[in-house]
Design a protein around this ligand. Structure first.
Ligand SMILES: NC(=O)c1ccc[n+]([C@@H]2O[C@H](COP(=O)([O-])OP(=O)(O)OC[C@H]3O[C@@H](n4cnc5c(N)ncnc54)[C@H](O)[C@@H]3O)[C@@H](O)[C@H]2O)c1
Length: 279
């Protein structure tokens, strides 16, 4: 009897991908594009945003070729406050609700904070303010705006909702990525902070669960120094890159399991930092 009551409560509160409205930024490439395909195949209704209009159009063509048609595309900059609001307004005009938001828009601009000339031992180069700001603006401020504006709609609408901030395993502090790692460690704290705020204000329809992927097979990694990447993969137990599809499967599980909340989950293939250990 008690068990039956539990099952019926679960049916009321659990989310399902079918017919859920999923808003994805950075949907023109990599992880965002793969999530669009995976969730589209599961029957979700998709709102796909990217700054690069050709890229998001390519994603749209890919979806159509797989007979996924229940989607809308949007071109805008996640770091622009007006674009962010317009994105949410457009999603609501089209679908009248947002259930899942996954802010995938992101970029890297790697470099050492200061670089020394081997001969003179003097500093020959500094990480530019532009390379610092562009990464922090898109990865951190952009994610904040997407999440804030979607959370406003979700709280007002009262729909069953999930926010999935995208951190990275490099939140641990990757040499040569002071900009990227700083943005990602901050993102990894979003779930705990937001769920705490929602609890405080009795907003009980929105869960927040972050993802911290390891090295994942996307165009972003093609921009990394490939010899450094090869060395990094030596420290991964699986000895390969993560597939974006594996991240989609993890998020699908999170959508359907409401006990997962207020935390950031790593998906790395088993990153061990072995090569720095003296053998
Ligand atoms: N690939 C990895 O190994 C990896 C690992 C951990 C975390 N991540 C994170 O996953 C997310 C997606 O990464 P990816 O590998 O798919 O990258 P990607 O480069 O393949 O795709 C990123 C997309 O974001 C879009 N974008 C960039 N700036 C934007 C802006 N200002 N407004 C709107 N769209 C913008 C780009 O046009 C692109 O389509 C990023 O947040 C990244 O930091 C990636």
């Amino acid at each position: 009897m008690q068990y039956n009551r539990m099952i019926s409560i679960l049916k009321v509160t659990c989310m399902n991908l079918k017919k859920s409205v999923v808003l994805i930024t950075g949907a023109g490439s990599g992880i965002g594009e793969s999530l669009a395909e995976h969730f589209g195949q599961k029957g979700s209704r998709l709102f796909l945003a990217d700054r690069d209009s050709e890229a998001v159009q390519r994603t749209a063509e890919g979806l159509k070729s797989k007979e996924i048609t229940d989607f809308e595309t949007f071109c805008g900059d996640v770091a622009d406050e007006r674009d962010s609001q317009e994105m949410v307004d457009s999603a609501l005009r089209k679908f009248e609700k947002i259930n899942v938001v996954i802010p995938c828009a992101g970029l890297i601009r790697d470099g050492l904070t200061i670089s020394i000339d081997k001969e003179t031992r003097k500093v020959k180069k500094k990480l530019s303010l532009k390379d610092w700001s562009s990464v922090v603006n898109v990865n951190l401020t952009g994610s904040f705006l997407t999440i804030r504006d979607c959370a406003e709609a979700m709280a007002n609408g009262g729909w069953p909702s999930l926010i999935v901030p995208i951190a990275s395993v490099n939140k641990a502090g990757q040499i040569g990525q002071i900009n990227y790692s700083s943005s990602k460690v901050a993102i990894s704290l979003f779930p705990k902070i937001l769920v705490g705020e929602f609890l405080l204000k009795k907003i009980n329809n929105i869960r927040v669960v972050g993802i911290a992927p390891g090295y994942t097979k996307t165009p972003m990694l093609e921009k990394m120094n490939q010899s450094i990447l090869e060395k990094l993969i030596k420290d991964v137990h699986l000895q390969r890159l993560i597939e974006p599809k594996e991240i989609a499967i993890l998020i699908e599980h999170i959508v359907e399991n409401e006990a997962i909340n207020g935390t950031t989950i790593e998906i790395t293939g088993g990153l061990c930092h072995q090569s720095s250990v003296v053998k």
